[in-house]
Write a protein that binds this ligand. Structure first.
Ligand SMILES: C[S@@+](CC[C@H](N)C(=O)[O-])C[C@H]1O[C@@H](n2cnc3c(N)ncnc32)[C@H](O)[C@@H]1O
Length: 233
């Protein structure tokens, strides 16, 4: 289908078709979606990158200029494009989809782009290097597993920040993911690995395209953003 005649209904159908994919199949899905990802994201009012970058603007305590940013599940580079407007300049991106990384490369904003299927392959980043690690739009069931949170924390330098966001879809698997993520966040804090700086609710994170019209009562999904600071010791 040529992209100029795509409708919201087409994008809804497309996204519903990928609900139950395994991780490898999901990366193939993103490879094939890459070319229309940004247009389609606008159509479904995917506002997560804007909301999280606004959140960082209000809550990130340092000055952005010299900070090394690790953009995990960077996709097409939307997040780096928005962060660069705040003055962040140094980005390394990681994603499991080659097609998405090719688009991210075209932004010209990344010093390096690394292919890895997280949860199956280790996060390709040295420990203790990044002043800020961000992950937007990928902490959910069937995407990046909760076990990767420890790797995100490790990639940050001591005293560095980790900013994570999560959508709140209406499903049992999403509720289970949320519970297990919040348990892990808490456990890592108890282990002295990091400290929560702040957390926020985000309204109208994206349209609720994952449920069929019959199941849907709310048109938009909410999201949550978390900001953590890696411990110095
Ligand atoms: C909704 S997009 C978000 C992209 C970007 N962060 C944004 O907000 O526009 C989700 C991205 O996560 C990537 N992704 C999902 N699961 C992954 C995994 N297990 N390992 C690596 N990348 C993954 C996909 O390839 C896709 O680029």
């Amino acid at each position: 289908m040529s992209d100029h005649c795509r409708t919201l209904e087409d994008v809804r159908t497309l996204l519903q078709s990928c609900k139950d994919l395994d991780p490898q199949e999901r990366m193939k899905f993103y490879d094939s979606w890459a070319q229309t990802y940004e247009k389609d994201s606008e159509m479904i009012h995917y506002r997560a990158p804007n909301l999280v970058v606004d959140y960082l603007d209000a809550n990130y305590p340092g000055s952005p200029g010299g900070v090394q940013v690790l953009d995990v599940a960077c996709g097409s580079g939307l997040v780096a494009k928005l962060m660069s407007k705040l003055g962040f300049r140094h980005f390394v991106g990681v994603d499991g989809s080659k097609g998405m990384l090719e688009l991210a490369a075209k932004t010209g904003l990344y010093q390096d782009l690394r292919l890895a299927l997280l949860g199956t392959q280790p996060l390709p980043a040295d420990s203790g290097v990044f002043g800020l690690v961000v992950i937007i739009g990928a902490l959910r069931a069937g995407f990046v597993p909760v076990s990767v949170l420890r790797e995100l924390c490790q990639a940050a330098k001591p005293g560095g920040y980790i900013c994570m966001s999560r959508v709140e879809p209406k499903s049992e698997s999403a509720a289970n993911y949320r519970l297990s993520m919040e348990r892990e966040l808490q456990l890592m804090e108890e282990e002295g690995l990091w400290t929560q700086i702040s957390t926020g609710d985000m309204d109208r994170y994206m349209m609720n395209v994952y449920n069929t019209y019959e199941e849907t009562t709310e048109q938009y999904l909410r999201g949550t953003v978390y900001l953590y600071k890696r411990s110095v010791n």
